[in-house]
Design a binder for this molecule. Structure first.
Ligand code: FNR
Length: 376
């Protein structure tokens, strides 16, 4: 096997190792996929200034994210069903993140539960909340996250209605595969064997906790009905009270919404369009960052996701006002390709790219990266 040199190598390996319907589930955007592709394209448009004559013998990639030191300004984004991409996936990513010193965010729609991840890692992680109609379930979930020692609550705001991904419809994406999907699974025996052996097989945060959801078929009915189109800022205030700690709002793309969050005293927002999986036609996250940073950057911390694939992208996001980035698909590629060592490999690749970029741009510390380091 040729050496893995970049995130794209991990993607190609991931495509070979994981059943097509789960690859397609990750590697797709809503509707025409315009925003999905725009996220990556717009990163490439941002030119980095090359500087020389600076002593770059010691380049330090560490940063502070939501008040905590991190060895690289990245966190792992909440992604549903990681445990389907690779058996026990959430635990594997959480362990690799802990060992490297970056945050991991567990999705509400994870396979491994909050308690299972907490027990396996013994380290605090962040928990992502989808706001569903059943408020008793939400309250219980918030208290479970608190009891497990989660240090940040990440509330996703851009999923009050579901953007359709055509590939999932065509593949009839389901945890219970149809015949066509079964035939494809037969071509991925290593993946299938791991799935048979793993104890982590259901949606650990939902089954047995949400009213009337006891098995996979009742979960599918619940999931279809769970999205709450009524989610508004009053709900955020309520969630904040229930949680009683710092919260991060994910999915803010507009300067007016960022201002509302700032007025509420929200500590951190993630400028994100859900990786182009929700509002197709929306701007890329990176193109919205400078305006949002100008408006509220002095009142709250800004993070960013959607389209980050390289250490150069991390540098660009940092230059335009983000404290750090969340990795969505890059993490899925690495996990699906190689499990926990894949995540360690990904972090190593990104750190080396970031270090080289910083050095060649004449920067030795992340804190000194700013708007003057890029041409827009
Ligand atoms: C997601 N995302 C997501 N977000 C969230 O808040 N809760 C979730 O459960 C999920 N699930 C999910 C599944 C898959 C397969 C993907 C690709 C994404 C969105 C995710 O947190 C993040 O915003 C994007 O992935 C960022 O874009 P990139 O890095 O994938 O381009």
């Amino acid at each position: 096997m040729p050496p893995i040199t970049c995130v794209e190598d991990l993607r190609q390996l991931y495509k070979r190792r994981v059943p097509k319907m789960f690859y397609d589930y990750a590697e797709s955007g809503s509707y025409t996929e315009t925003t999905f592709h725009r996220n990556e394209d717009d990163f490439k448009q941002i030119k980095i200034r090359q500087r020389v004559g600076v002593d770059i013998s010691n380049v330090d990639t560490s940063a502070t994210l939501a008040g905590k030191a991190a060895s690289l300004p990245v966190a792992f984004a909440p992604v549903g069903m990681l445990g389907i991409q690779n058996a026990g996936g959430e635990i594997k990513v959480a362990k690799a993140a802990r060992d490297f010193g970056v945050p991991f965010i567990l999705s509400t729609m994870s396979i491994c539960s909050i308690e299972q991840v907490a027990e396996a890692t013994g380290a605090p992680f962040w928990f992502q909340l989808y706001v569903v109609k059943d408020r008793d379930y939400i309250r219980n979930l918030i208290h479970r996250a608190k009891a497990a020692g989660c240090s940040q609550l990440v509330v996703t705001m851009d999923l009050s209605m579901l953007g359709q991904r055509h590939r999932d419809v065509k593949n009839q994406l389901s945890i219970r595969p149809n015949l066509k999907n079964l035939i494809n699974i037969a071509t991925k025996p290593a993946w299938a064997l791991d799935m048979v052996r793993t104890p982590y097989k259901t949606f650990g945060n939902v089954i047995g906790h949400a009213k009337g959801v006891d098995d996979l078929s009742s979960l599918l009915v619940w999931a279809a009905e769970m999205v709450d189109p009524a989610l508004d800022w009053d709900d955020i205030a309520w969630i904040r009270k229930e949680w009683g700690g710092p919260i991060i709002l994910k999915g803010i793309m507009d300067v007016d919404d960022a201002r509302i969050a700032a007025q509420m005293g929200i500590e951190t927002i993630v400028v994100s369009n859900h990786g182009g999986r929700q509002l197709d036609g929306a701007a890329s996250s990176i193109s919205m960052l400078p305006e949002i940073a100008d408006a509220v950057g002095d009142q709250m911390e800004l993070m960013l996701d959607s389209g980050v694939r390289t250490g150069m992208d991390i540098f660009r996001a940092r230059a335009l006002g983000a404290s750090g980035v969340l990795l969505g698909r890059a993490m899925v590629y690495a996990l699906g390709a190689m499990g926990q060592p894949g995540i360690a490999k990904l972090l190593d690749i990104l750190q080396k790219e970031m270090k080289t970029t910083m050095g060649l741009a004449g920067k030795t510390e992340t804190a000194s990266i700013g708007p003057e380091d890029v041409w827009r």
